[in-house]
Ligand binder design. Sequence first.
Ligand code: AMP
Length: 193
Amino acid sequence: MLNIVLFGPPGAGKGTQSEFLIEKYELVHLSTGDIFRFNIKNATELGQLAKSYMDKGELVPDQVTISMLESEVNKHPHAPGFIFDGFPRTEAQALALDGFLASMNESITCMLALEVEETELKTRLLQRAKTSGRLDDADPAIIQNRIDVYNRETAPVAGYYQQRNKYHGIDGVGSIEDISNRLFQAIETTVNS
Ligand code: AMP
């Protein structure tokens, strides 16, 4: 299986680039943010809980997020691989993911980390707010909190994959096509090494 963690701060382009990766490698795309938003739209209990954190730009608690992710993976027993988009966001989530995949005799192939500097992220998120309808994209204070939470709680997850020689930093600035090509190249390098 090809199991990719697509990593990066909010606004780095994870969702956009996931589309190209799933098409090329026929992977199942699991975006925890999208799954939470689906639950909010359908007024589930999980959605209600997630919304109380998402509206503030805080992380949904690990236990809830991990068990949701595991049940989503279990829905695709014949998948040739997964793109984990927006997960893991804490070291506890990274550990849980490794343990869960190991129980299926699987593992993460690589982490691809989109690198984009903070002012560019803020510009992109405010631009995206015009079409995404996402409250957490529209308010500069919430955007700032999401970036702070990323720097504090999520950025260290890169170190987890660096220690395991699975980390690839990818320049996330440029045309969408150039960035996709950088991602494809990193995958080919990993798979062929
Ligand atoms: P995203 O769509 O990835 O930007 O995520 C939107 C929001 O969903 C985040 O700001 C968090 O509140 C929540 N969320 C998404 N993924 C996770 C995760 N792995 N752990 C905790 N909260 C998450």
